[in-house]
Design a protein around this ligand. Structure first.
Ligand code: ZN
Length: 344
């Protein structure tokens, strides 16, 4: 079956085509042939002779590039983007938890979900790994909003069964049951564009029992997992005191079976050499959020140490710890960081 001619369009612009982490092609100009929703061809030669009925759009000096990917972002914090002060633990209690509690209201959850994904698309991001709030219905609403826009998204209901405000704290059993329902409803939906990701918030807000259950389910079902690891020095000390039998923060997650190829750990700043080796050995993925790390004064992720250990690292905005949904801003921040003498 051939695509009907009126659905085919030829775009002329500068085109940036990434091929590998250290290599890209630049077309100046390039011609992108789009049939329906699919990119059919990219060429330096004008293809209009071959497609005489295709629409033609000349974008002049604009640049076309693939959709950007945000590997760590909090939908339920979107409304407090750019607001707040202080380091992580105070910021969570003062600004973040009260805002996330508002997602108990499905109308509010729907309104923010629509705005969040619209703003994400406006910034050129077409794929994201997303934290919702603890509320099952709010996560369900977030999936619907992502599906309505054709986004590729990994979305998880946050899990918290200890050291959390009463408005947000769950039981381990309730948290697992709600997450499994969402997993069964949404994982692989919309032609595989949507995936469920189990989301124990971070070790301080999760019991070992809860985390072990997540680890078991993830292993049995091949599910994705995301969490935060070693973002802030006070957080690291707190986790150490909460789990005295574990050698390190990373070891807490490892003992629960949360590390692996399908796991994304955000921040990974204050890690020992043993912890970096453990993450690499488990092939855990790392979300690097430099703008958020600067804003919350968390520290600087030792990028080169992690990369040299063989870890796969990708950028995340960490809105609202980070003040912008723009991945271009994250890239600019990373570029500045790479030129800062104190970065490692
Ligand atoms: Zn985060």
């Amino acid at each position: 079956m051939t695509t009907t001619p009126e659905l085919r369009r030829v775009f002329k612009a500068h085109v940036m085509n990434p091929l590998a982490p250290d290599r890209l092609e630049f077309y100046d100009p390039g011609y992108l042939v789009v049939a329906g929703e699919k990119v059919e061809r990219l060429s330096r030669e004008d293809p209009r002779g071959e497609f005489p009925f295709a629409g033609f759009i000349d974008l002049g000096h604009k640049v076309i590039l693939p959709g950007l990917v945000d590997t760590h972002v909090h939908l339920a914090q979107f409304a407090i983007t750019g607001i707040g002060a202080g380091e992580l633990l105070a910021w969570l209690n003062t600004y973040t938890y009260p805002e996330e509690a508002r997602f108990a209201d499905p109308e509010y959850a729907a309104k923010v979900s629509e705005m969040f994904f619209d703003e994400m698309l406006a910034n050129g991001t077409t794929a994201a790994v997303v934290y919702s709030s603890v509320h099952e219905q709010a996560a369900d609403i977030a999936f619907s909003a992502a599906r309505a826009r054709g986004l590729r998204a990994f979305i998880g209901k946050v899990m918290m069964d200890q050291n959390s405000p009463a408005t947000l704290q769950e039981t381990a059993a309730g948290s697992i049951a709600a997450s499994v329902r969402l997993f069964e409803k949404w994982d692989g939906a919309d032609g595989g564009r949507l995936r469920y990701i189990f989301t124990p918030r971070y070790a301080a807000s999760c019991s070992l029992d809860l985390m072990k259950s997540v680890g078991r389910i993830a292993r049995e079902r091949g599910a994705f997992v995301q969490s935060h690891l070693s973002e802030n020095r006070d957080e690291v000390e707190w986790v150490r005191s909460l789990f005295p039998d574990c050698a390190s923060y990373t070891a807490v997650y490892d003992s629960a079976g949360l590390l692996g190829e399908h796991s994304v750990m955000a921040h990974c700043i204050h890690l020992s050499a043993e912890e970096i080796a453990l993450l690499a050995g488990r092939k855990t993925k790392v979300a690097f959020c430099p703008y958020s790390n600067r804003t919350l004064r968390s520290g600087t992720m030792p990028y080169h140490k992690l990369r040299d250990a063989g870890l796969h690292i990708a950028l995340g905005t960490d809105v609202a710890g980070g003040p912008s949904l723009s991945m271009l801003r994250q890239m600019a921040e990373t570029s500045i960081l790479a030129k800062t003498p104190t970065s490692s």
